[in-house]
Write a protein that binds this ligand. Structure first.
Ligand code: GLP
Length: 242
């Protein structure tokens, strides 16, 4: 694991975009793992800006997997992670929906959704670059504190803290789903390169616990310490606890 301090959130985004583009240039059929949330937005906007300027790589063969998904939203809900990632990244990059896959709460049934998603990841050859954010409680994807370090994709219940954190996307905390499907920590660890992005003072405590605290299910993001190729990109505010 490496911690990479940058001068600003924009610098974090530029370096993340450089890393993703380099992977796609080296292997056009790169498999990208994509996080939602506010943190990767600047990175996604930078990738789109470069793509539109003709400066980005070709995304013609790239495949994408999203990390997690809410359970119980009507199909096509704008805050579903499927709709969110299409709007914020893959549609603007010209990556068609059939090359973007997430845990599917509808389809062939919730009880087997995790297994089906894991099988799809394996069939694609695994994730090359996994973009990650971090929750204020140290969660990774939707692996809340207490999640097994070896867990695979499965159904989880959100903590009150995470529902409050995500209420801004839904108008009120009551509208935030209680259940989700999420890649497990064991799933995330299988990606070949982890790119954990953290910006802003609200993340300082979680970043310090993840990077310098003990490896513990109490801070799910601390699993990055186990990964041989994990890059934690932080802006000055998110680095204040280090
Ligand atoms: C969410 C997502 C995570 C994300 C995290 C932080 O609930 N499931 O994938 O990394 O919380 O979100 P944000 O970047 O908006 O702070």
């Amino acid at each position: 694991m490496e911690v990479v301090p940058r001068g600003s959130a924009e610098d974090v985004a530029a370096l993340a975009a450089d890393t993703i583009e380099a992977a796609v240039r080296a292997r056009p059929a790169t498999v990208l793992g994509l996080a939602t949330g506010s943190t990767p937005l600047l990175t996604y906007q930078e990738l789109i800006r470069r793509h539109r300027a003709g400066a980005g790589p070709s995304y013609d063969e790239v495949r994408c997997f999203t990390l997690d998904e809410y359970v119980g939203l009507p199909p096509g809900h704008p805050e579903s992670y499927r709709a969110t990632i299409a709007r914020e990244l893959t549609d603007p990059l010209g990556i068609p929906p059939e090359r973007v896959q997430g845990p599917d709460p509808d389809g062939a049934g919730l009880p087997t959704a995790g297994e089906r998603y894991e099988a799809a990841l394996v069939a694609a050859g695994g994730v090359d670059v996994q973009v990650l954010g971090i929750g204020t409680d140290g969660h990774l994807a939707f692996n809340e504190p207490g999640s097994s370090l070896a867990s695979l994709t499965r159904l989880k219940t959100l903590t009150e803290q995470t529902r409050q954190d995500n209420a801004r996307f839904f108008g009120s905390v009551d509208a935030v789903p209680r259940h989700v499907l999420t890649q497990g920590l064991g799933t995330i660890l299988r990606a070949r390169h982890l790119l954990l992005l953290a910006t802003g003072a609200a993340k300082a405590e979680a970043v310090a616990a993840a990077v310098e605290g003990p490896l513990s299910a109490s801070c799910p993001a601390s699993v990055v310490q186990l990964h041989p190729h994990a890059s934690v990109l932080v802006d000055p505010e998110a680095a204040t606890g280090l």
